[in-house]
Design a protein around this ligand. Structure first.
Ligand code: UTP
Length: 292
């Protein structure tokens, strides 16, 4: 029997974004712009392209602009139409979800990613779902989530985690998996959040894309604070491994950690160089800046 389709995606957007202060004092980190689209738009597009129909955002105080971003802006649309800026209007329309496709819930306190996901339990219901962290952009075609759904389908369901390799001296900053197998798809047998230096079970880190079964919510409810004093999704996934299968996918594509300044700046350069309308003039400008 085919596994239940992945129709729902959860986007946790309630974090404080402290690494980007003061930019994130009054503006959500997830609205930071890579070229001309906010981060949250890229991950929404990735989920939509993978077949997701229901988009759930876990927001917090100061994040209302994310709701506005996904709403219809009547005045703007009327003005664009009046001024005959139809290509801009089309751009706005294509970024917009259909009526009733998005829902918002609040994480009242930023107690950690695991807690943010738990806040979406009623909206997700009893079905498997995708979890996408908006500050991680994956530059790939097909998108990372679409690649993961293929793995999910080929393996008859279960849970899937996107992983990528990092140099061993960086593993202590991430969630790290222990694996059984080789190649691009393998069983995940363990995981640990931010392991102390020299103790990581591999150099494969969890990269911000997950397909999870709904049983994760009961485990999140019982999960105590972990690394960094936050409720960690990694701890709940580890507990779920006793009863459920997890596959890891070494996906095709390049990741930009836009929660860090260097990753965010690199994403802007990479995505600009990938744009037909910008590549040539931007390349020339980069050469000038680098003195080449
Ligand atoms: P991060 O840990 O990268 O985001 O969480 P942060 O805490 O906002 O950033 P810094 O470290 O202070 O700069 C990854 C994603 O999970 C969300 C964030 O909004 C981000 O999109 N998140 C994190 C929550 O929704 N709630 C939380 O309690 C923590």
């Amino acid at each position: 029997m085919a596994p239940a389709p992945i129709r729902t995606a959860v986007f946790p957007v309630a974090g404080l974004g402290t690494r980007f202060l003061p930019a994130t004092k009054a503006m959500p980190k997830e609205m930071l712009t890579v070229v001309d689209r906010p981060l949250i738009q890229y991950v929404y597009d990735e989920a939509k392209a993978a077949g997701v129909e229901k988009f759930i955002f876990v927001t917090g105080r100061g994040k209302a602009v994310i709701e506005d971003h996904f709403d219809i802006a009547y005045e703007l649309e009327a003005t664009l139409r009046e001024r005959d800026k139809l290509d801009r209007l089309e751009e706005v329309h294509s970024a917009q979800p259909g009526a009733g496709a998005v829902s918002f819930t609040r994480q009242q306190e930023p107690l950690g990613l695991g807690h943010a996901v738990w806040c979406a339990r009623e909206l997700v219901g009893n079905e498997p779902f995708a979890l996408l962290l908006p500050d991680v952009l994956v530059h790939s075609d097909p998108g990372c989530l679409a690649q993961m759904i293929d793995v999910y389908t080929d393996n008859g369901g279960g849970n899937v985690i996107a992983v990528e390799e990092v140099p061993e001296d960086q593993t202590h900053q991430y969630g790290v998996v222990e694996i059984d197998g080789e190649g691009d798809v393998f069983k995940v047998t363990g995981m640990v959040e931010k392991p102390p230096k020299g103790t990581a079970p591999s150099n494969l880190i969890i990269t911000g894309r997950y397909i999870l079964q709904p049983e994760i919510f009961d485990l999140l409810e019982k999960t105590e604070k972990g690394a960094g004093g936050e409720i960690q999704i990694t701890d709940a996934m580890l507990a779920m491994m006793d009863s459920q299968v997890f596959h890891g996918l070494r996906f095709k594509g390049h990741t930009y950690d836009c929660g860090s300044k260097v990753g965010f700046l690199a994403a802007n350069v990479a995505y600009a160089l990938d744009r037909d309308d910008l590549a040539a003039p931007f390349h020339a400008e980069l050469k000038r800046l680098l003195g080449l």
